[in-house]
Design a protein around this ligand. Sequence first.
Ligand code: GLU
Length: 301
Amino acid sequence: MTFITRFAPSPTGPLHLGHAYSALLAHDRAVAEAGQFLLRIDDLDQTRARPEWEAQLKEDLAWLGLRWPEPCRRESDCVAEYDAALDRLWSMGLLYPCSCTRRDIREAANAPQEGVPTHGPDGLIYSGTCREAAAAERASPVRPRGVTLRLDMARACELLRAQDKESDLPKNEISFRETGSGPDGTTGLIAFSSDALTAEIGDVVVARQDFGAAYHLAVVVDDAAQAITHVIRGQDLFDATRIHVVLQLLLGLPTPVYHHHRLIRDPAGKRLAKRDDARAIAKYRKDGASPADIRRMVGLA
Ligand code: GLU
């Protein structure tokens, strides 16, 4: 199997040392495996994406010594693919429109039951207020546009369990292969039950009112369209991987191997953010650092 990996930055600010680490790790691995390294521009959020950030990130990556085939995939060009995936999930009866505001969700979560998790990979676990209320709309064969759509996780799991009966997988288990590790060191075959998905993740947003497909939906469509065999990315996305695997199974897409890597932190131990301009690659370049210096700074020398 050819090794194909990717680096998928959002052009919403300068790339910093954490991005450099992720991109270099993926690129080095592709070179070592005689595989392919792809760059993907995650510019789904057109309210924040800027062409000047895209130009800057490409310049920084090329300066670091990275090479990739052009033209690279840009999410804003792939809306029809995301729409097709959403239509498919809608026709399977797995989506419902949600009109809850952040405040509604916060208030509904204010009376948690003891021992029940309140937070998942996307923040507060949705209480399901709109799930039943949307019954009539869900019956429509046409997917509503310009609204937030959530995945009915319990129903999705039910469907996967029914499919599971015909496979030799352990009952009720969904899994992926991890060659890096999660934040608590978990590695190898990561298996999880559908009950855990419903309790610990819940009904995640797959389409957003403001810009169509949400990240979780787009990332699985993109990785499959680019035939990615290995996803190399930060540990902050380890928990969300369960969502991605469920969507892959529902959409009949392959699950790549995942490698979640440590996060680069500032001296105070805080994870670097886009606004952390002091650690922007462009700033180091301006101050006379070399690509080898950047490698050393992120522990890849
Ligand atoms: N655009 C995403 C990010 O910058 C990429 C996520 C991924 O690699 O799956 O976090």
